[in-house]
Design a protein around this ligand. Structure first.
Ligand code: LIP
Length: 284
């Protein structure tokens, strides 16, 4: 294999942007016809033929460009069909073909293609194409974060009382889980913060923090494909990323806080009522 030194994944990065744009065009087109809805882990965990088709397009394009065996792949819909979800040291693409499937089904405008690339379990770059808004977010380690080629960075808000916080409600509607989610939201609202928002796409949520429109995002129960692209972008935009306990972020843990500053992230960590979510790499 070619000997890649640090920051030398430029060809993979550029191609990921190209593939994300092509995938986004497919999603936009598919949204113009009737969408057949199916479900996964619960009646509100939606999936469509477009999710599956777009993932095949993305993985097929990457394999055609870089060969069948050079890289590993973790894709939301492949894992749903029984493929393993294990992150190794091998160069690995982590793909969410349609992040915000519920939004896609309803025409709610935050729907993203998320493509990330990790080597030795470290994220090298991330691309998030918010295709209905036509916003291409991207970042590669040490090379800055961008939206439609304009540099982006997190807000300079350090006072949580002046912050907008993002979180989501998830797809597990058991009353105990929902109570815990609302208990955390109540604690955060009562700090007080300026507001809480739920745009419905984890990848877009992280890009909203990366570009300074929101000051933090926390979530328990999402997956590595929801987080990977946005995690690379928000980190490169100057944000902090941590586990919901305040500890070190782990891509396979299904738990995340991202924020414009450590002080805000740590304040959110204090407010979170935890519940068990399992890990991506033990559920496959
Ligand atoms: C979705 C996330 C969303 C979250 C859902 C789900 P999908 O991803 O982006 O923010 O609330 O639980 O994980 O399934 O549309 O790719």
């Amino acid at each position: 294999m070619e000997n890649h030194t640090e920051a030398s994944w430029q060809m993979e990065y550029d191609f990921a942007v190209e593939v994300a744009r092509k995938a986004g065009e497919e999603i936009r087109k598919a949204g113009e016809s009737e969408i057949k809805i199916m479900t996964k882990s619960s009646t509100v965990d939606l999936v469509t033929k477009t999710d599956e088709r777009v993932e095949k397009i993305i993985i097929g394009s990457l394999k055609q460009k870089f060969g069948e065996d050079a890289h590993s792949f973790i894709g939301e819909e492949s894992v749903a069909k029984g493929e393993p979800c294990i992150l190794t040291d091998k160069p690995t693409w982590i793909i969410d073909p349609v992040d915000g499937t519920t939004n896609f089904v309803h025409g709610f405008p935050f729907v993203a293609v998320s493509i990330a690339f990790a080597v030795n379990k470290q994220l090298e770059f991330g691309v998030v194409y918010s295709c209905l808004e036509d916003k291409m977010y991207k970042a590669s380690k040490g090379k800055g974060a961008f939206c439609n080629d304009e540099p982006i960075q997190v807000s300079d808000v350090k006072d949580i009382h002046r912050s907008i916080i993002i979180s989501e409600h998830g797809t597990d509607r058991s009353p105990d889980k929902v109570n815990k989610i609302f208990s955390t939201m109540q604690k955060i609202l009562c700090i007080p913060v300026h507001g809480i928002r739920s745009p419905g796409s984890a990848a877009v949520n992280m890009c909203l923090v990366a570009s300074g429109s929101a000051d933090a995002y926390y979530h328990m129960g999402i997956h590595c494909w929801d987080m990977a692209g946005g995690a690379a972008i928000v980190t490169e935009a100057g944000g902090v990323i941590m586990d919901i306990s305040g500890g070190t972020f782990d891509l396979m843990s299904r738990r995340l806080i991202v924020a414009s500053s450590r002080v805000i992230a740590e304040r959110i960590a204090k407010a979170i009522t935890e519940f068990p979510v399992g890990r991506d790499d033990t559920e496959a």
